[in-house]
Structures are given as C-alpha cells and as structure tokens.
Design a protein. Structure first.
Length: 177
C-alpha cells in the first residue's frame, strides 16, 4: 500500500454526481481499484421554508469539485482524468497537489454536522428588514437585532401595539422583505 492522499478534482458544474458515479464504475471494473479509496461530493443539508412547510434539501458547497483519496501514480491519474465529466486535478501546472488532512477533516465535518443540524438556506444581517411567516407573530414586519447562526435563530424587533418588542425566532420562520 502506497501513500494515500486527498486530491481535489474539477468537474463540470452540475455533473458532480454523474462524474462520481462514472468514476466509481471505472474503479470497480479496473485493476487499479487498490489505488483509489474514496470519492466524495462535499454536500451539506440545508433547511428552507417553501409554501409554509420546512424542507431539508442537500446542497453542494463546493460545486464543480470532488474529493478523492488515492495513491497518485501515472495509471491512477489517467483513470481519474479520463472519466467523463472530470476536467482535471487541482494543482499548479499539470501537477496534482494533495490537500491537507485538516482541510479534508473540516470539509467532511461540515457534511456530518449539517446532517444533524441543517444550515439555514437564508442568512440574515443585523438591521435587515424581515417579515415573520410562521408562528404567533405571522405577518408582522420587523428588523433583525441579533443573529445566532450556530443555533439557527435570530432576535427580531417587532412593533406590537405601538411598542417595540424583541422576539427570538427560528430562521425558517422569517423571510426577507
């Protein structure tokens, strides 16, 4: 077993899954399968509200790229490079450059973290005008006072009976005006 490293491969945007499937099919049929361990499309779970319903969807956070853990040699390079949908390795000139374990760990951790706690599709800025779409304050307008991205919540100032009131809401309960 040689030296396995993670490499980034550029694909045609929107064809990441197709390129991954094509590569995995080629690997399975090849005598070179011992050189390639893993092929990953970096994705994250995203929460959004459509038609009043909260939905969780998957989004690629590096569109147009795959991560591949492999032993780099002339044959394994050619197997990957000749796969339909893959346009090439990332690196200076024609030399593929591996990425660090720390970079890979943070990418894979982001994928795992969003499986349990989806990232909100919409992000909010302090002072931004919003309309509350769900909950007891539905149809009230307000402005964002605080943002808690790790919790997926925001604190909003809403005028109720002529008085400004702070309300903490889930990101999916509000929409931008």
């Amino acid at each position: 077993m040689g030296d396995r490293k993670w490499y980034v491969v550029h694909t045609q945007t929107g064809a990441e899954e197709k390129a991954k499937a094509g590569l995995e099919t080629k690997i399975a049929a090849s005598v070179l399968k011992e050189y390639i361990d893993e092929v990953v499309v970096p994705t994250e779970q995203v929460s959004e509200v459509r038609g009043g319903k909260k939905r969780i969807t998957e989004r690629k956070f590096f569109p147009g790229y795959l991560l591949i853990k492999m032993e780099m040699n002339k044959d394994s390079w050619y197997l990957v490079k000749s796969t339909p949908g893959i346009t090439g390795f990332i690196g200076p000139g024609r030399k593929p450059t591996p990425i660090s374990e720390q970079e890979v760990d943070s990418i894979l951790r982001r994928t795992e973290d969003t499986e349990t706690k989806p990232t909100p599709k919409t992000t909010f800025d302090i002072g931004e005008a919003i309309r509350i779409a769900e909950g007891p304050f539905a149809n009230f307008n307000g402005s964002v006072m605080e943002v808690f991205p790790d919790r997926g919540k925001i604190k909003v100032s809403v005028s109720i009976f002529g008085r400004s009131t702070l309300v903490e809401l889930e990101n999916w309960q509000v929409e931008k005006v």
